[in-house]
Write a protein that binds this ligand. Sequence first.
Ligand SMILES: [Zn+2]
Length: 67
Amino acid sequence: MKRDREPIPQSRSSFLLVKCPDCGEERIVFSNSSKDVGCSGCGRELAESRGGKAYIQRNVAVVKRLG
Ligand SMILES: [Zn+2]
């Protein structure tokens, strides 16, 4: 079975700066986001919310953790 989404490590909430693989736009994602997060540049889905937890799409790079 192919995994195409990975949970953000650590159970406590944090903000992650992620980068869109398609257009390079950077976006902040809250790890406990209750909404899907799309790229503000091209509209690509960057993170999907499932059960109150954000799953970063594969190929979307986490630039840094903001705490
Ligand atoms: Zn984009």
